[in-house]
Design a protein around this ligand. Sequence first.
Ligand SMILES: [Zn+2]
Length: 146
Amino acid sequence: MAARTKSVGLTDAIPTQKCTDANCPFHGALKVRGKTFVGTVTSSKMQRSAIVEWEGRRLIPKFERYKRTRTKIAVHNPDCLNAREGDLVTVAECRPLSKTKSFVIIEVKGKKKRYALQKEALEEAKFKVKEESVTSEFAAKKTAEE
Ligand SMILES: [Zn+2]
């Protein structure tokens, strides 16, 4: 049932393609309401699903400094939008589509700038933390032995 394209009502962006996805906010029966966020797609290997991530910051009152936070959610990726890894997207809240999905992509804003570099830096940082903890454990053991 490739129905007419209806507007989501939150953005002016309307996909150029049509789809037969029943859970598409433009061509299906899915309604969106609630919160919207802008994030980057970090994985789109699943069928009609994607992982979207965005950064924020939270004040830690004791230290009067901000902690960087990272939010990662599973979202529905309709066929007509077909967002790929590295895309900057707008997601909107909808009814729960599965155990973990209650957001849907409503706009692809284009490629995120320097996504490959950021991904590389993040992976390197993860590796460094691991290495550090191993060496500190080793040092602790050494001092205990002495
Ligand atoms: Zn669609």
